[in-house]
Design a protein. Structure first.
Length: 349
């Protein structure tokens, strides 16, 4: 049972220093079953029974990637873990360990880092039991940054790449689409004042009224187990839907040299079972919204779809226009999806 205490509100990173801060954080972090040597040395040692391992990394920066005004520290830790765990799952691997680096202003409360550690622990416990934090780094900056590297075990299987889709394959997805986009749009529309600055009372009101959409955005729950199930079921290609279904489908199409022909009914709001309970999610958000962290995969024709995968289209041979995404047979413009260089408005909040 986790018994680490919370730091007094007055304690900051600058007032305690790195050694004491790490001593407060380490007990809160999850243990990794694959760690032969974990926290406390210059580097960790992980077991790799397969002889290979999957590795991925992602960075969250205050401003373009999150806002402290509407994300709690626990939510930040959860999302930092979940987004990396999803990339491991998209390769058909089981997540085994995380390395976490945090840079933060000196006046950051130690309790903030403790909350991030709690979020990392809770996400691993729920989404990837046995995965834990085996190392990292702590430094100072004028902007809070959380960088996570995740490792995964292929367990003797070949990795499922983006480049294996073939004409005749079935296109399928596991996980919700559009909810995370709806959540962030609600925050920017209804959780800010007339000058565009986050307002605590409005944030609380949005949380109360739109809990499901905000949970999808702030504490995503990717269908990690379906990544392994897809690999076992013979998935020919797969990726994590982090930048929008249409944009990520194009990436898979380009990597495989094929056309992904999506079915408008299957990916529409009613087709995803969101009408009624989440009726405000639009087709635009489903197609172009980012940060869903669903799994998009292709399977051989006639394959039985595993887990939560549902069919949303077919893989076609390329025509004169080359690899592309189509919607009901018509080429679909795949602009959209998250691009920090184009979409960040320069604010933090």
């Amino acid at each position: 049972m986790h018994t680490a205490r919370h730091s007094p509100a007055s304690d900051t990173l600058g007032s305690l220093g790195e050694t004491e801060v790490l001593a407060r954080i380490f007990p809160r972090l999850p243990h990794a079953d694959a760690a032969l040597l974990g926290l406390g040395d210059d580097a960790a040692v992980l077991s790799a029974p397969d002889g290979r391992y999957v590795v991925t990394t992602d960075t969250m920066v205050h401003g373009p990637d999150f806002r402290l005004a509407w994300s709690t520290p626990v939510e930040l830790g959860w999302k930092a873990a979940a987004t990396n765990l999803s990339d491991v799952a998209a390769m058909g691997a089981r997540a085994t360990a995380l390395v976490v680096a945090i840079v933060a202003p000196a006046d950051t409360r130690v309790a903030t880092l403790e909350g991030i550690a709690d979020g990392l622990r809770e996400a691993c416990a729920e989404l990837a039991p046995g995965c834990g934090v085996v190392g990292g780094d702590l430094s100072v900056s004028d902007t809070l940054v959380i960088a996570v590297t995740a490792f995964g075990d292929l367990e003797g299987r070949d990795p499922v790449r983006r480049s294996g889709a073939r004409a005749g394959d079935l296109v399928a997805v596991s996980g919700a689409l559009g909810l995370a986009a709806r959540g962030i749009e609600l925050l920017f529309a209804d959780a800010v004042d007339e000058h565009g600055h986050p307002d605590a009372d409005r944030v609380a009101a949005v949380r109360h009224a739109h809990g499901a959409e905000l949970a999808a955005q702030l504490t995503p729950r990717p269908p990690l187990g379906d990544g392994v199930l897809a690999a076992l079921a013979g998935a020919t290609a797969m990726l994590d839907v982090s930048d929008g279904l249409a944009l990520d489908a194009r990436r898979l199409a380009l990597a495989s040299g094929v056309v992904l022909d999506l079915d408008a009914v299957a990916i529409g709001v009613a087709g995803l079972g969101l009408e009624g309970e989440h009726g405000e999610v639009t087709g635009e958000q489903v197609l172009r919204g980012g940060e869903d962290h669903a799994l998009l995969a292709t399977f051989p024709a006639g394959a039985e779809l595993p887990g939560g995968f549902r069919p949303i289209g077919h893989v076609r041979a390329v025509g004169a226009s080359g690899p592309e995404v189509r919607l009901d047979g018509v080429p679909y413009e795949t602009r959209g999806g998250w691009d920090p260089y184009e979409d960040w408005n320069g604010r933090r909040g």
